[in-house]
Design a binder for this molecule. Structure first.
Ligand code: M6R
Length: 357
């Protein structure tokens, strides 16, 4: 039930800090350490390459998950869109492990890949919010998101839950391989939950940003570098599906290879700046679009901010920034849709789970 909330989407955005805490709790053992079934760890350690298969927002979570798994557990990872995988199958490694990420566990495109790789004799793990869902039943192993039911068509808390579970999988796998993780994930996810609360209390600012930048615009671009690029892709998907504004996410460095031609007087460009090593370059990209008339909205992380920034998110571990930087994307999209009188929870032409190919 959505209780006093006007929309499920807003309720689900607000639930994110509680979901983070619930995930930590569910994956902790009695001595407070993060834990994953031994079978799953063995499958991770037996494999020489992981193939993440997903669609939409879950695919965007997979792109970030690849960074977690490669940087923490040092296993190579490929991320694929499920609808393309069947006929564009890459040359597989000798010992592949397939990870299906799906909130609903019912996405037909992903299921089709699962059927295909099972026939080939490969092992599979499903990361899903729905216990007993098709993808969970048919895969060898399951990890649950513990996010509670997600009703709004636009996925919000499932995305951040997917990232948290992928980070836990990466950390526990790293430890099982004697690879040192130079921070405490339990502690860092706790910091993420607190930071999410700060953003939850800053809604007026996101409503103001949506009003100022998105009330009348035809299009909007999201730019970022490194892990921020992936969050930009998710920001653009959120905005297009509920506000119907044409939105695209770009890697900052790609602008000059074509995209910058789209910038006109007043075009909103939302830039993410949460990564120290690309902070100067992304700010350089903002200058380039501003010189062509863009209306920039820089969202940065505390410690990397400058006077020109529109919103500064609280500091979290640099690998975990997507868990936080996505929240402004969710809220800005929500208010943009509201201001444009769109049906926030049930956008046109879309279904919550896509059970046809
Ligand atoms: O249930 P799934 O995670 O498999 O769904 C995948 C996509 O259909 C889903 O993420 C979709 O892109 C959302 N509407 C995005 O908000």
């Amino acid at each position: 039930e959505k209780g006093t909330y006007p929309h499920y989407m807003l309720k689900e955005i607000d639930e994110q800090p509680a979901v983070m805490r619930k995930i930590i709790q569910n994956y902790q053992n009695d001595s407070g350490e993060l834990q994953i079934d031994q079978d799953i760890l063995s499958a991770m350690n037996d494999s020489d390459r992981i193939y993440i298969i997903a669609a939409g927002t879950s695919y965007h979570a997979g792109l970030v998950g690849k960074q977690f798994l490669e940087r923490m557990a040092q296993i190579p990872v490929e991320v694929h869109i499920s609808s393309e995988f069947g006929y564009n199958m890459p040359l597989l490694s000798k010992k592949p492990l397939f990870i299906f990420i799906s909130q609903s566990g019912e996405t037909a495109d992903s299921r089709q890949v699962l059927v295909q790789i099972k026939e080939m004799g490969h092992k599979s793990l499903t990361i899903t919010n729905v216990q007993g869902s098709t993808l969970s039943r048919e895969a060898d192993y399951t990890l649950l998101l513990h996010a509670g039911p997600e009703i709004a068509v636009a996925s919000t808390k499932a995305y951040t839950a997917q990232l948290a579970v992928l980070a836990i999988l990466a950390e526990v796998t790293a430890k099982s391989r004697d690879i040192e993780v130079p921070f405490s994930l339990v502690q860092e996810l706790g910091i993420v939950a607190n930071a999410m609360e700060v953003l939850r209390d800053s809604k007026e600012e996101f409503e103001a940003i949506a009003r100022e930048y998105l009330s009348v615009t035809r299009n909007c671009f999201f730019i970022g570098r490194g892990i921020d690029f992936y969050v930009g892709l998710e920001g653009a998907l959120k905005l297009k599906e509920i506000s119907y504004i044409q939105a695209e996410g770009f890697a900052g460095g790609e602008l000059k290879h074509g995209t910058i031609a789209l910038i006109e007087e007043g075009t909103p460009v939302i830039a993410l700046a949460t990564q120290k090593f690309v902070n100067l370059s992304i700010r350089g990209n903002v200058k380039e679009v501003v010189a062509r008339g863009a209306n920039p909205c820089i969202i940065s992380m505390d410690g990397l901010n400058t006077d020109e920034d529109r919103f500064v998110i609280p500091e979290v571990h640099e690998l975990l920034t997507p868990l936080i930087s996505v929240v402004p994307m969710q809220l800005i999209s929500y208010y943009a849709a509201l201001h444009r009188d769109c049906d926030v929870d049930k956008p046109r032409n879309l279904a919550k789970s896509v059970t046809v190919e």
